[in-house]
Design a protein around this ligand. Structure first.
Ligand SMILES: [Zn+2]
Length: 176
């Protein structure tokens, strides 16, 4: 079971695994160049593994890996690269019989949030991985120990000329 890998894709065909008995498993190496997390944030260079285990009603996907997300430091407001590590498992319900193609009823009606294996017997771990990376991001992003702190207003020639004008103005006001 070596040499299997998934490059820049989050969809895996599990038809063969579905035909195997409970407990059968597959492992794949994962490489994702980029994974958009929301309108602004993107996870880059995700490297990890996914292990798929055939259960009775689900396939359990266990993912671990590392990625990097560019965030803005809350103190100095400069962008920096935040390394992120994820390790989680997600069940994908077997929604279609692999032999007959018939749809299988879910356990309860209330589980719209659960992930399913498609009619093509494909499993897409993009959404659970996206959610998991977002959860792992720090609430208060910081570029680290060497953060220069809040940005200072640079005092250049322009500022000096403004100061001179203010000085002239205040002198004028003093005269009145
Ligand atoms: Zn900073």
């Amino acid at each position: 079971m070596t040499g299997m890998e998934l490059q820049n894709d989050t969809v895996i065909n599990v038809a063969a695994l579905l035909r195997e008995p409970m407990g059968a498993a597959r492992s794949l190496d994962l490489h994702l160049e980029s994974l958009p997390l929301d309108d602004v944030l993107v996870a880059r260079d995700f490297e990890g593994q996914i292990r798929l285990t055939r259960l009775s009603d689900d396939i359990l996907a266990s993912i671990n890996g590392t990625t990097a997300v560019e965030l803005e430091c809350q103190r100095c407001l400069e962008p920096f690269i935040q390394p992120v590590q994820v390790k989680f498992s997600q069940e994908f319900r077997i929604a279609y019989d692999v032999r007959t193609g018939a749809g299988l009823a879910g356990e309860t009606e209330e589980e719209d949030e659960e992930f399913e294996i498609s009619a093509n017997h494909e499993l897409d771990f993009r959404e659970p991985l996206r959610q998991e990376i977002l959860i792992e991001l720090p609430m208060r992003p910081s570029c680290g120990e060497n953060c220069p702190g809040p940005p200072q207003v640079e005092r250049g020639d322009e500022d000096e000329s403004i100061d001179e004008r203010f000085a002239a103005l205040s002198a004028l006001l003093d005269d009145e």
